[in-house]
Write a protein of this length. Structure first.
Length: 91
């Protein structure tokens, strides 16, 4: 059985790669007209950013991505997603 350890440097590289991927996803979304949309549901955000539900939940719990809960649904404002990305607060 092979054991792989993740170093701090590995995490830094992963964070940088994720930021690039998220920014590309946002650019693609704006090209497809999604940027005109102000509010996104969790499924939209997960699909747009290419992240899992657990990762999105971690962003909420760690206050890295603001959200509004209406009924049983979570909504994310486009400006909050952009602010998180520009501030380098992801991950």
């Amino acid at each position: 059985m092979e054991i792989n350890l993740v170093t701090k440097e590995d995490l830094i590289v992963f964070k940088a790669e994720m930021l690039v991927a998220i920014q590309e996803a946002l650019n693609k979304a704006s090209e497809n007209g999604l940027a005109k949309k102000q509010w996104f549901r969790s499924a939209d955000v997960r699909r747009m950013l290419g992240i899992s539900g657990g990762t999105l939940q971690a962003l909420r719990i760690n206050s890295k991505l603001s959200y509004r809960k209406i009924g049983g649904s979570m909504f994310y404002h486009a400006s909050d997603i952009e602010k998180m990305l520009k501030g380098g607060q992801y991950g």
